[in-house]
Write a protein that binds this ligand. Structure first.
Ligand code: NAD
Ligand code: MG
Length: 285
């Protein structure tokens, strides 16, 4: 039997997830060697879900290079998390790693509490963890898959934000990771892209609510970026990212700087907005 192109069942995919960055070939670029920090986030504390790998790791390392200490939450990829911690320490900053399941609201509260006890504050909250399970036919989106996708990709944005808000003050920021699929749809990721659309509306609504408290809420909508999520969920990778104007996938190092911009005072008059990092695909909003 041709196992290479065999479609994975949901339970097989479940077991495979999440992907591991230390097993990726080629290795993603997390930060450009020539990226020079300039203390834009000096003395700040960032809390990043899914910060062990991919885009979250890139945001974490960029934040550290800009002077922030970082707490990262991840499901179970201890090796990736320890590597991220080492990268942050190499930047001369502290990293707290917190492993657990964000689907569980109790864990979300406990994770924020851990960060509070360790660093005494949070200035930058990045909601970023997600899963995706591509299906070629809509009927294949099982109820179990639907629940898992929504419970992982959007519910924790509420749980974590609710737990973190009492710690956030004037000038602090929230950054949410959506996706190009929220804007143009994705035929094989109907449930996933729906959660990413919810994240856009969540960001816009929350930004209006929190403007009075001078807390800004923005987001990043990446296109195809070379991360473990991609390797874990797609069977064929050779064409990944080839169908945008730049005809290539992006690296996490091309996404991380947007999180720095949205976290720092450089974006002080921007709230409720998304930065589109997608190789030139033109989308509304
Ligand atoms: P990634 O696999 O490196 O990161 C996702 C992380 O989410 C994992 O490391 C995992 O630890 C965490 N996670 C998943 N389920 C969890 C759970 N139940 N509890 C705790 N943590 C959990 O992949 P990535 O591509 O860097 O993804 C980061 C974000 O970027 C996601 O929101 C994803 O939707 C978004 N995004 C990625 C792409 C892309 O092409 N890579 C494109 C658009 C949007
Ligand atoms: Mg990971």
């Amino acid at each position: 039997m041709d196992t290479k192109n065999k479609k994975k069942t949901f339970s097989e995919q479940k077991q495979n997830l999440p992907g591991n960055e230390h097993k990726m070939n080629p290795e993603p670029e997390i930060i450009r060697e020539n990226y020079v920090g300039s203390g834009k986030l000096l003395g700040k504390v960032a809390f990043i879900t899914g910060g062990d790998s991919g885009i979250g790791r890139s945001a974490a390392v960029h934040f550290a290079r800009e002077g922030a200490d970082v707490a990262i939450v991840y499901l179970n990829e201890d090796k990736d998390a320890l590597e991220t911690k080492a990268m942050i320490e190499k930047e001369g900053r502290q990293c707290l790693i917190i492993s657990g399941d964000l689907k569980d609201e109790k864990f979300c509260k406990a994770a924020i509490k851990k960060c509070q006890s360790h660093f005494k504050k949070i200035n930058i909250l990045v909601n970023n963890a997600a899963v995706q399970f591509p299906q070629k036919e809509f009927e294949k989106v099982t109820t179990a898959q639907l629940h898992k996708t929504f419970e992982t990709n959007i519910y924790p944005y509420f749980y974590i934000t609710k737990a973190a808000l009492p710690l956030l003050n004037e000038g602090d920021t929230i950054i949410n990771t959506s996706s190009v699929t929220a804007y143009r749809g994705s035929e094989h990721l109907v449930d996933y892209s729906s959660t990413k659309g919810a994240i856009v509306s969540f960001t816009r609504s929350l930004s209006t609510m929190l403007a009075k408290r001078k807390i800004r809420v923005n987001g990043v909508a990446p296109g195809p970026i070379w991360t473990p999520l991609i390797v874990a969920s797609f069977d064929t990778l050779s064409d990944f990212g080839k169908d945008n104007p730049m005809e290539r996938a992006g690296q996490p190092s091309e996404v991380g700087p947007a999180y720095v911009f949205l976290a720092s005072e450089d974006s002080s008059y921007i709230t409720g907005q998304f930065i589109h990092i997608n190789g030139g695909e033109l989308v509304n909003g």
